[in-house]
Design a protein around this ligand. Sequence first.
Ligand SMILES: N[C@@H](CCC(=O)N[C@@H](CS)C(=O)NCC(=O)O)C(=O)O
Length: 216
Amino acid sequence: MSDGMALKIYRGRGSPFAWRVMACAEEKGVLYQAETLDASKKEHKAPEYLAINPRGQLPSLVDGDIVVCESLAALLYLDEAYPEHPLLPSERKERALVFQRSVEISNLQDKALPVLHLKRSNGDPAGVQKAIEALKGELKLWEEHTKHGFAVGSKFTLADTAVGPFVLSLRRYGASLKDYPNLAKYDETIRARPAFQKTVPPQWLESPDLDWLSDV
Ligand SMILES: N[C@@H](CCC(=O)N[C@@H](CS)C(=O)NCC(=O)O)C(=O)O
């Protein structure tokens, strides 16, 4: 954990949660220093890091003497502390939806994780199928949410920094998205943004994509 630039973002090597925060800083043009911790070496459970984030989770944002744990809190902090290039819309109704979508995306992970766990452990086929159906139901909701191009409407907002990494994770885990054209287009739009390209989790670049979500 080196010194240097005031703003530091601690990330894991494969973490979509940390990707949110780094992509947000990049989108806003905020300079930061990335500190990459290797979870396989338990670097996120080392005393120096636990002093920053007592849960030993990644990411954490450290801005001088301000520490922000929790990725969504870090996104809101960045947009408020660095008001140039705001990512929250000024209109209240739209802002409300940005807050909603940013939180709502946790449902996608909640529905995807059981499929991944069951596939990884060769779970019973009926259980796998039930988990896949639940994930498909969730994807249908996001297919509707992204119909105007972004997570909220037709412009990039803070919600896309929260949602994007989790939608991009679907293809990483083998989902074709062929039955979800809006979501597939959304994936391509977000994937093409320099802020996201520049901050892809290093593990994704080093290892091949997986096929656990190939049935969705
Ligand atoms: N709610 C947290 C979740 C962060 C999280 O689960 N990070 C994972 C890495 S993807 C982690 O640090 N896991 C290690 C652990 O929980 O011990 C956030 O949004 O920042």
